[in-house]
Design a protein. Structure first.
Length: 255
């Protein structure tokens, strides 16, 4: 529950019914020294993976999402699928929120920690925001299955004492790490599970034009921009969301 408003449940995930502006206002109001809390932004890829992944750590991954202080919808497609079932999911995408935080919420001297991302991306970020104190930790590949590396990344976040910690290591690694940091003694600040959002902020990757976003076609723009990496996500895995939505509608009385 956020500010007295109950969360909105859809496809097993409880979302905060907050607009981008409302989320930003809550993040801005949180004291820098408050215990570490984190935000997740599930999109279609996240939701399908959560339902299709039956690995040994499945429940741990679900718990990481459910343990988030804030959970906002990162997909206009999810919002569109929820609407006919009488469910209102405001879209507050991680890419938009990341840009808003860096451009509006951050103050000169704020420490910003980045876990993941390339060195060149963080250098570009520092050039764009020279008044911020930006530190980076680059964990190894396969972080999710490396307890020593996970502990080291959590320790970095705790020691950094950053106002905002951007976890840019992909789902579900970033959500698992955020949950681990939240369990660490002395961890403070706000963690944001934002994937590749910083690449959009510094211009290394391009967002779809607004008209395509409004038409729910951002996925097509991203697929065309990098088909070799994204074809399976958008053409094989992603369409499973429609099956999940049908199952949800059948299982929900009155939907």
């Amino acid at each position: 529950m956020t500010d007295g408003r109950p969360r909105t449940s859809f496809l097993g995930i409880d979302y905060d019914p907050l607009t981008l502006t409302e989320v930003a206002a809550q993040l801005d109001a949180r004291p820098v020294t408050a215990p570490f809390a984190y935000l997740v932004t599930p999109n279609v890829d996240h939701v399908v993976r959560l339902h299709d992944d039956h690995g040994a750590d499945r429940e741990t991954i679900w718990a990481a999402y459910r343990g988030a202080r804030w959970c906002t919808c990162d997909s206009r497609i999810l919002a569109a699928l929820a609407r006919p079932q009488g469910i209102d999911l405001p879209v507050a995408a991680g890419s938009d929120l990341t840009a808003l935080i860096l451009e509006t919420l951050c103050r000169p001297g704020d420490r910003i920690a980045v876990i993941g991302g390339s060195e060149s991306t963080v250098i570009a970020l520092a050039k764009r925001f020279p008044d911020l104190d930006i530190v980076q930790h680059s964990p190894p590949m396969g972080l999710r299955h490396d307890p020593v590396a996970m502990a080291a990344a959590a320790r970095f976040a705790t020691d950094a004492r950053a106002r905002f910690t951007f976890l840019a290591i992909g789902s579900p690694q970033q959500e698992l790490l955020a949950a681990l940091i939240a369990q660490s003694d002395g961890a403070t600040g706000i963690g944001l599970c934002i994937g590749a959002a910083i690449e959009f902020v510094v211009g290394e990757s391009k967002r779809a034009p607004r008209v395509l976003q409004r038409l729910h076609l951002e996925w097509a723009f991203r697929l065309a921009s990098n088909p070799r990496r994204l074809w399976k996500r958008y053409l094989v895995t992603g369409p499973r969301i429609f099956r999940l939505a049908r199952q949800h509608r059948k299982a929900t009385p009155g939907a």
